[in-house]
Design a protein. Structure first.
Ligand code: FE
Length: 190
């Protein structure tokens, strides 16, 4: 890992969160700090960029000790995608490598979920989710022959939050806790 990039991102975000910044401020000033982190793809340790043959991987990079935010690398093998899911906290997704496709889902009067806007994110771009605007989506690797990686920042310890996946037809919510794939977090000071 190139010295300092992840550490200075965490410092910047901690200072912003310490100001009790609103979601609007996090999505502007915090987004700029995240854009700086993903500007160059030369710092994520290889052990935290590894794909799994069957599942997309979520590696914890840092969790605020007060559970105010967490930083996770999402690593997608070719063709891998999430089920329809929510987050329950604000989130920013910065594309570090490859390309991802997001499809937003909207709950209907009959309880089902209907696919809405689709967006494709290239390296350097940042997407957001929020329970205040749109919290339910599907994310997929948009590349069929390459790994894609994004750096996710959430307004809580996302791997420990009880949230839900949804059946698109019936709308049934199945509770889940995502956890993390790694046993150890990176050394920020080496
Ligand atoms: Fe998501």
């Amino acid at each position: 890992m190139k010295e300092g990039k992840l550490l200075s991102f965490i410092k910047g975000l901690t200072l912003l969160i310490d100001e009790q910044a609103s979601e609007e401020i996090i999505f502007t000033r915090g987004k700029r700090i995240l854009e700086e982190l993903i500007r160059e793809d030369d710092w994520l340790p290889e052990v935290l960029s590894k794909t799994h043959p069957d599942y997309y991987q979520q590696y914890l990079l840092y969790a605020d000790p007060l559970d105010r935010f967490s930083v996770v690398s999402f690593v997608w093998g070719p063709g891998q995608k999430t089920p329809i899911h929510n987050h329950t906290v604000w989130g920013m997704v910065g594309q570090l490598r490859g390309e991802e496709k997001e499809t937003r889902y909207h709950s209907q009067e009959n309880g089902s979920y209907q696919a809405g806007k689709q967006s494709i994110f290239q390296a350097g771009q940042v997407a957001t989710v929020s329970p205040n605007t749109h919290d339910v989506h599907v994310v997929a690797n948009n590349l069929s022959d390459q790994t894609s990686i994004s750096i996710h920042v959430y307004g809580g310890n996302i791997g420990r939050i009880k949230r839900a996946v949804f059946d698109p037809i019936t709308g049934t919510a199945k509770p889940f806790i995502s956890g993390y794939a790694n046993a150890f977090t990176p050394n920020l000071w080496h």
